[in-house]
Design a protein around this ligand. Structure first.
Ligand code: CAA
Length: 258
């Protein structure tokens, strides 16, 4: 496994675990960290032994946003021609396996945005979500104005983006930003357990299910339902469908091939 300076990676069963590990800056997402994260995600995505990926930070911070000290003096031509944000920040979106964000502490700015790029967000009871960029004289730059609005609706997103107000875990759960809240001490174990559960399913069905849910954010209802039907029917060409349905009829647990 590659050696990194700002993240830690490990494998737990069939789950690839990535921990953002830059405690002195509350996991601020500098260029080096984002490059390492992209590399680790790609590695786990390609590894057939891995069924799902968990992305987490520390107890105090998932990530406190893009690195303000690193970007402070950048000029418009520099960030424009460097295509800052761009592909480096969107690595999570290219991963085919499910990515679970296990968020404890601050998920602010780019941190909240990276969490929202993941497929599922589990929140520790101390999690805080926010898009405080307005206080820095800018706005969210990695999809926050779009993904937060789709997740929590216009009024709450507008208030957060215009004032920088943070949401605690309870509010985030009520607003459907997170799938559920877990005690801080159990957060990573719960996220890994969730990844393991996904890993017991038929891999083609998992990949297609992820695509189908994501399609809901990109297409009209009619198109999305048509897409779902097409890919649903295609699963009848997989061993997983034969095994899953045979197991049900035979009253046993399915044993999907890896
Ligand atoms: N960038 C760089 N350094 C950061 C940082 C960031 N986003 N967030 C925290 N740090 C650093 C602090 O500068 C501090 O370093 P020093 O000890 O060297 O001074 C260290 O992390 C600890 O932070 P604090 O002392 O501020 O800790 P706190 O507990 O008092 O406050 C906090 C925590 C409320 C999260 C506060 O650190 C904070 O407001 N951070 C900035 C949050 C923010 O504005 N994020 C948006 C960034 S812009 C962005 O993300 C753009 C985009 O959409 C892509």
């Amino acid at each position: 496994m590659a050696e990194y300076g700002m993240i830690l990676t490990e494998v737990q069963g069939r789950v690839g675990l990535i921990r953002l590990n830059r405690p002195q800056a509350l996991n601020a997402l500098c260029d080096q960290l984002m490059a390492e994260l992209a590399d680790a995600l790609k590695g786990f995505d390609k590894d057939p032994a891995i069924a799902a990926i968990v992305l987490t930070g520390s107890d105090k911070a998932f990530a406190a946003g893009a690195d303000i000290k690193e970007m402070q003096h950048r000029t418009y031509p520099e960030v424009y021609f460097d295509d800052w944000i761009g592909e480096r920040w969107e690595a999570v979106l290219t991963v085919r396996k499910p990515v679970i964000a296990a968020v404890a502490g601050f998920a602010l700015g780019g941190g909240c945005e990276v969490a929202m790029m993941c497929d599922i967000i589990l929140a520790a009871d101390n999690a805080k979500f926010g898009q405080p960029e307005i206080r820095l004289g800018v706005i969210p730059g990695a999809g926050g104005s779009q993904r937060l609005t789709r997740a929590v609706g216009k009024s709450k997103a507008m208030e957060m983006v215009l004032t920088g107000r943070m949401m605690d875990a309870a509010e985030a759960e009520r607003a459907n930003l997170v799938s559920r809240i877990v005690p801080l001490a159990d957060l990573v174990a719960e996220a890994v357990k969730l990844g393991e559960t996904i890993g017991t399913m038929s891999a083609p069905a998992v990949a297609i299910a992820k695509d189908a849910v994501n399609a809901a954010f990109e297409t009209s209802l009619t198109e999305g339902v048509r897409y779902e039907r097409r890919v649903f029917l295609s699963l009848f060409g997989t061993e997983g469908q034969k095994e899953g349905m045979a197991a049900f009829v035979e009253k046993r647990k399915p044993a999907f091939r890896r």
